[in-house]
Design a protein around this ligand. Structure first.
Ligand SMILES: NC(=O)c1ccc[n+]([C@@H]2O[C@H](COP(=O)([O-])OP(=O)(O)OC[C@H]3O[C@@H](n4cnc5c(N)ncnc54)[C@H](O)[C@@H]3O)[C@@H](O)[C@H]2O)c1
Length: 349
């Protein structure tokens, strides 16, 4: 088992990684009500393991595609569910699922009766990112994460055996953010992946290695959120490596978040003239993160980028990375983006 302590002004909480589900009993007050928010897949695969540890009366279940339910309509249904059961301010919410469930349950916990206790039980690889740092969100219309709060959990229990039932595509999805965290430090994992005999299956079948990789990823996130907990100083923005282009691709082409971000990271390395661009693109191809045959429209991408919340003074904002662990802010005019992205598409996609 591994532990990381997150400390930001006013809040300290532990993130336990490994075989850690039974720790839940230490964080639940059996005199008070508990509401588990989950989705159908996680419920079917793993709910029986949860009730072996604590008794649960109240469960609110999102669909098998929880991203579609991360919205105000479903939020209202959840509030209604809680009110009908007369759940009061002493309620504990357990967010039991991936990033979509986590964002939804976190938003609910931060607003129900002006805020109730929150415990995160992440179940996807991508959630090594989303379950830490306190960002919660709902989508509104087709605008992703249009509303949200900062709200810290009391503990994060990352019971990694839950990951065994995750479909392979969700592993590659989560691995995009794992690689991002690795590049933002020392690129150790990236260098391992350059070795021809090393592949993603090796990582997935080795629980100890997987726990270590997750630990390293969370450690990088800790570093940035502790320096800039509310994204006010610009440092937490470095975690947006790959996200400017990534968010546009995710929205336009229905790509999974981590997969879109992986392509975005390639573009950021390209913009930064990094010598790692070619090995990076080859690596994400080898891992099955990057597939071929993208038919991308420059015009549509630019339309989305123009509304990116990170833009400043009419400039598009990217995160540059030339050497491991040394991110920087990078601004482009739309014209500069057009030239650079056309070249990137021609060379790498
Ligand atoms: N709050 C943050 O800081 C933050 C950071 C990154 C991403 N996000 C958000 O996270 C979301 C993406 O998260 P995600 O990739 O975890 O997606 P997800 O929550 O949609 O889960 C992906 C799929 O995996 C299934 N699943 C989850 N756990 C499983 C398990 N153990 N076994 C089998 N199936 C399982 C789910 O039912 C779903 O179909 C997006 O909404 C994104 O905006 C938030």
């Amino acid at each position: 088992m591994k532990v990381i302590k997150i400390s930001i002004p006013g809040f300290t909480y532990d993130v336990f990684i490994g075989n850690v589900l039974t720790k839940l009993i230490n964080y639940v007050d059996f005199q008070q009500e508990v509401l588990v928010i989950t989705d159908e897949n996680v419920y079917n695969h793993h709910f029986h393991k949860l009730i072996e540890v604590i008794p649960i009366k109240h469960v609110f279940i999102l669909s098998k595609n929880p991203e579609q339910d991360k919205n105000i309509l479903m939020y209202e249904k959840c509030v209604d569910y809680a009110l009908k059961r007369v759940l009061d301010r002493k309620l504990t919410v357990i967010a039991f699922g991936g990033g979509a469930v986590g964002d939804f349950a976190g938003f609910f916990a931060s607003t129900y009766k002006r805020g109730v206790r929150l415990i995160n039980l992440p179940t996807t690889l991508l959630a090594h990112d989303s379950a830490i740092g306190g960002k919660t969100a709902l989508n509104v219309g087709n605008v992703k994460n249009a509303i949200g709060t900062f709200y810290q959990p009391e503990v994060v229990l990352y019971h990694t055996p839950f990951l065994k039932t995750l479909p392979y595509i969700e592993f590659t999805n989560g691995f995009g953010e794992i690689l991002k965290h690795d590049l933002l430090t020392n690129g150790v994992l990236f260098k391992m992946l350059l070795n021809d005999s090393f592949n993603l299956e090796d990582v997935l079948s080795n629980q100890e290695l997987l726990d270590e990789i997750i630990y390293q990823g969370i450690f990088v996130k800790k570093f940035y959120i502790e320096r800039d907990p509310y994204e006010m100083k610009g440092e937490r923005e470095y975690l947006n490596l790959g996200h400017t282009l990534g968010h546009a691709l995710e929205r336009l082409y229905n790509l999974k978040h981590g997969i879109a971000v992986s392509i975005g990271i390639g573009f950021d390395l390209f913009l930064s003239d990094s010598s790692y661009i070619l090995p990076y693109m080859e690596t994400i191809k080898k891992l099955g993160i990057l597939t071929s045959g993208y038919d991308l429209s420059l015009e549509l991408i630019i339309d989305i980028l123009k509304n990116d919340k990170k833009n400043r003074n009419d400039k598009l904002m990217f995160i540059g990375l030339k050497d491991f662990g040394k991110p920087f802010h990078l601004e482009l005019t739309t014209k500069e983006f057009t030239v650079k992205f056309s070249e990137f598409m021609r060379l790498y996609l």
